[in-house]
Design a protein around this ligand. Structure first.
Ligand code: UTP
Length: 458
C-alpha cells in the first residue's frame, strides 16, 4: 500500500504535485491503482532529460564501404553462413511504437501492405525469419518487442494467423516500458482523471526490456552471439544477412550500424560519426544546415553517413552493460497529444520522453559502420499514402513501389526483359526468395519478358 504522504513529498520535489489534486474524486480501487502507478515512476529521471553527449571533435567513424565490402564479400559471407549455421544469431524486431503518423489504431505491423497477396507487414517480416530458419534447418529465435499499447493486438494477430508458419518456441514476445507524457513545463499529463497519459519509452526501451524479461540472459545461455536488429516498419530490412553477421564475428564488433550515403545534406536522418573517441549517432535536429555541410581534412562530408536504423548488437556487449546497471537515457521531443485538461480531453502539443537504441553505440568498444545499398534494404512505412489527397513519402505506397523496383531488378539480373508500366507492381514472397542470391539460385526462367503485375509465391 502506497503512503500518500511520502508520495506527496516525492511528487512535490519533482513539480508533480498537481497529480494529486483530484484524488478525493476517485473511487477506492481506482485511487489505489493510481497511487501505485505514481509511486512506481522514476520522477527524478523524467525531470532530467538527457544532456547531449559531450561534443568533442567530430571525426569519421570506420565504415566498411561498398567497395571494401565487395572485396571482402567471400570471406564475410563464409563467416556469416557459419555463424547462422551454428545458431549464433537471433533476430529482434521492435514493434512497440504507436504509429501515430500512419494513423491506424492497430499496431503498424498489422497493416496489409503487399500489393497482390495483401500480406501484412508482420507477415512479411515473419516470413523472412521463416525463410532464414528453413535455409539453416534451425529455428532462429525471433524476438518481437511490443509495448503495452501494442502487445495484446500483436500476439493475437500472430496467433490468429498461425504464427505465420513459425514455431511458437522461436517466437519471443516481450513488452517495453512506458513513461508519462508531459506538458511543455514538464508536468505529467492525465489521460482521464486517475490515469496518467503515457507513451512507450522509445525503441531504446528494448535494452531494459530485454534484460528485465529474461530474454537477454536466455540468448546468452543459448550461445547466441549477435542480435540482428530491425524495425517493423522497414519492409525491406534483411534478416538473412551473412555479410553483416560475418563482419560482426570476424571483427569482434560489439555493434555494427548499417549506413547509407545521405541523398542530400539536409536529409532528415541520424548520422554515424566519431565524437571524442567513440562512435555515436548525431540526429539531424542537433545540427545546423552549416554543420551538416562540414567536411573533414580529406574533403569528405563529415555527416555523410545516414542511419536507416539497422544494427547488429553483440549479446556479450549488452550483457556487460546490463551487469553494470546501464540505463539508456530519456530524450524529449514535442508531439501532438490528447490529454485531460480543465475537465475535458484536449489536443495539445506536449512532450514524449523516449530512449533511443543508438545511445548504446558510444558504450561499445568496437563499433563499425557497414554501407548498404539503399534500394535493396530500405523501404520505410511512416506516413499514410495520401494526406489531404496528396501523396506522401515513406508511406505504404512508396514502400510497395520500392520493393517492386527491387524485385524487378532481381528479375532483370536473371535475364528477364522488364517493360513495366509505372503502375505495375511486382511481389516476390520471402518464402520464394528473401534475397537476391536466393532468387537467382531458384529462378527457373519461367518468363522471358515482364510487362505487367507479377506475384511469385513459394
Ligand atoms: P518511429 O520512431 O518511427 O515511431 O519508430 P512509430 O511509433 O512507428 O510512429 P510514429 O512516430 O508514432 O508515427 C521506429 C521504430 O521503432 C519502434 C516502432 O515500432 C518502429 O519499428 N518503436 C518506436 C518502438 O518499438 N517503441 C517505441 O517506443 C517507439
Amino acid at each position: 500500500m502506497v503512503d500518500p504522504f511520502a508520495l506527496n513529498d516525492l511528487l512535490a520535489k519533482h513539480g508533480q504535485e498537481h497529480l494529486l489534486a483530484e484524488l478525493a474524486t476517485l473511487g477506492a480501487e481506482q485511487r489505489e491503482r493510481y497511487l501505485a502507478q505514481l509511486a512506481s515512476i522514476d520522477w527524478a529521471e523524467l525531470s532530467h532529460a538527457a544532456a547531449p553527449l559531450p561534443a568533442g571533435e567530430v571525426g569519421a567513424s570506420r565504415v566498411i564501404t561498398r567497395s571494401e565490402r565487395q572485396a571482402r564479400a567471400a570471406t564475410l559471407r563464409a563467416a556469416g553462413e557459419a555463424a547462422y549455421g551454428a545458431g549464433r544469431a537471433a533476430v529482434l524486431m521492435v514493434a512497440g511504437g504507436q504509429g501515430t503518423r500512419l494513423g491506424s489504431s492497430a499496431p503498424k505491423g498489422c497493416f496489409p501492405i503487399a500489393p497482390h497477396s495483401g500480406k501484412s507487414i508482420f507477415q512479411l517480416q515473419a516470413e523472412k525469419v521463416l525463410s532464414l530458419s528453413r535455409r539453416f534447418g534451425r529455428q532462429v529465435p525471433f524476438l518481437i518487442m511490443t509495448s503495452p499499447m501494442t502487445d495484446a493486438d500483436t500476439r493475437e494477430f500472430f496467433q490468429a494467423n498461425g504464427w505465420f508458419g513459425l514455431d511458437q518456441a522461436q517466437l519471443r514476445f516481450f513488452s517495453q516500458g512506458t513513461v508519462p507524457s508531459i506538458d511543455q513545463q514538464g508536468r505529467a499529463l492525465l489521460r482521464v482523471p486517475g490515469m496518467l497519459l503515457e507513451n512507450p519509452d522509445g525503441h531504446g526501451g528494448c535494452f531494459t526490456a530485454l534484460v528485465t524479461s529474461g530474454n537477454l540472459a536466455r540468448l546468452h545461455a543459448d550461445g547466441i552471439e549477435q542480435i540482428i536488429y530491425i524495425q517493423v516498419d522497414n519492409i525491406l530490412a534483411p534478416v538473412d544477412d551473412p555479410e553483416l553477421l560475418g563482419l560482426a564475428s570476424l571483427e569482434g564488433a560489439e555493434v555494427i550500424t548499417k549506413v547509407l550515403p545521405k541523398a542530400h545534406p539536409d536529409e532528415k536522418v541520424g548520422h554515424l560519426v566519431r565524437v571524442a573517441g567513440s562512435d555515436r549517432i548525431v540526429e539531424y535536429t542537433e545540427l545546423t544546415p552549416a554543420q551538416t555541410r562540414l567536411t573533414s581534412a580529406n574533403g569528405e562530408p563529415l555527416y555523410r553517413w545516414g542511419s536507416p536504423a539497422m544494427h547488429s548488437w553483440g549479446v556479450a556487449f549488452l550483457a556487460r552493460l546490463a551487469a553494470r546497471g546501464y540505463q539508456i537515457p530519456l530524450h524529449r521531443s514535442a508531439k501532438p497529444l490528447k490529454a485531460w485538461l480543465g475537465g475535458a480531453a484536449q489536443d495539445i502539443t506536449g512532450w514524449k520522453s523516449e530512449r533511443f537504441i543508438f545511445d548504446l553505440i558510444p558504450e561499445a568498444r568496437t563499433s563499425l559502420g557497414l554501407e548498404i545499398d539503399r534500394d535493396s534494404e530500405f523501404a520505410p512505412v511512416k506516413n499514410p499514402s495520401l494526406s489531404d489527397g496528396k501523396p506522401m513519402n515513406d508511406s505504404p505506397a512508396t514502400a510497395v513501389a520500392l520493393a517492386s523496383r527491387l524485385y524487378a531488378s532481381w528479375l532483370a539480373a536473371a535475364g528477364v526483359t522488364i517493360a513495366l508500366p509505372a503502375e505495375a507492381r511486382i511481389e516476390i514472397s520471402p518464402l520464394y526468395a528473401a534475397t537476391r542470391e536466393q532468387f537467382l539460385a531458384r529462378w527457373d526462367r519461367r518468363l522471358e519478358r515482364l510487362d505487367g503485375d507479377y506475384y511469385l509465391e513459394a
